[in-house]
Design a protein around this ligand. Sequence first.
Ligand SMILES: [Zn+2]
Length: 456
Amino acid sequence: MDKLNLYIFTEDVTPIITFTIDNNSFVFLAKFASIFDIDLRTNHEIVPIIINDIRKKELLKMLQEASNYYGKRILKIYSLLSDIEDDKKFSFAVTSDEFEEELIDNIQIQLKFMNMDLEGIELIDAIENYIKLKDEIDTKFLSKYNMIHYDGSKTVKIGEQDKKKRVCRFCGKSIVKGKSFNSIAHVIPESLGNKKIFCHDECDQCNGGLIKTLEDSLGSYLEVFKTTWHVKGKRGVPKIKSKDGNLEIISLKNNPLLENNEEIKNILSQIRSRPEVLILQRNSDGSKIDPFNIKYQSTNKINPQDIYRAFCKMAIEIVPAELLNKLEFTNRFIHKDVKLTKLPKIAMTIHPELFLKHPEISLYYLKQNDENLPKIVIEIEIWTYAFVCIVPTSENEITDYLSEEKYKKYFDTFYFYKGHKWNFEDFSLDELRDFNMNIHFNQEDTSLENEKHTPS
Ligand SMILES: [Zn+2]
């Protein structure tokens, strides 16, 4: 019997609902399309659609009616579409054909980049690069590493669901041993925008003690990035307080004062990314310093090695339980039970073309021992920044990747990072110190670097 397929494309999934061809299904599908102002008789293209509240209401009403006839599968469409955020795009197609896997993939990729507000040449470039890279990752990289990736598209709670059975991944203790598990631990700190990625296996005592200290250093470190991207924390957008007090933050969002400000217009025309705030720095005589090279001096002191530890603690939180034993050394490192004076560098980059609303985290672990590659690597992407860090699983591993040659070999394996300018920063210093950073905004080459400090 002839069938009609309704494909609903979102950037993550593409469910298919199959209808038997009859008058009822024609009427239903035509009505469904008309909610999005599409005429099925004339439209044969797959066009991106933005859903909104009014359409959602209309959709619910119509789908409820249709569910009397078609049953639960109709409600599935509703629940999928109502989960799509208001400003996100989705698409659908009605066809008697079956679409190839590859076509579906391509539509999903297209939606993903459209949801990042790319269009025209930028969109085409982004899609082409993405597909090329994906092929390379599939064939070369993933033969060496397993990958775990959480992007915040849905809530994940890693670890033991049952409180009574939980064992803290950091102190190894459970409720019977006097620990409590009342608050849920954020894998990436909440202050950095994480609302979706959690770990059950972390006791309140570790969460509020050692882990908090580490996250405080990371938070202070990232404070300047946070303001640049106008990210709202619990208490609104943080102000940048540079030690010499000379940073001026200008909100670019709905700011009528900017319309006739030639200076700011001129600066913005030279920045490829679209920050929501601009940071200007003034000399003591009031003249502005080069807006593309900002020197930031934190008012909070930062322990660089704690920042390294903070990245490692995220690895412990998301690693599959069966691999936890491989991270015993890492855990000792986090607890400061092993003294390390020199750590492998952390790779950092800015991808201004890609702004993430929710932070993402990836963990890569070797499939088979390979003496030229670290066993575990963690990557954290926040807003428009990415950090890649070797998770030390032994003292030898640390010594190994202090060698520039070996480090380069490892980093080159992660070839999907090519095409970005990376900085390799030293977070070895294990004491509280003032923190200065140079940020370079530039059309061709946006980068950041910690001001060099020699351990004193
Ligand atoms: Zn604990």
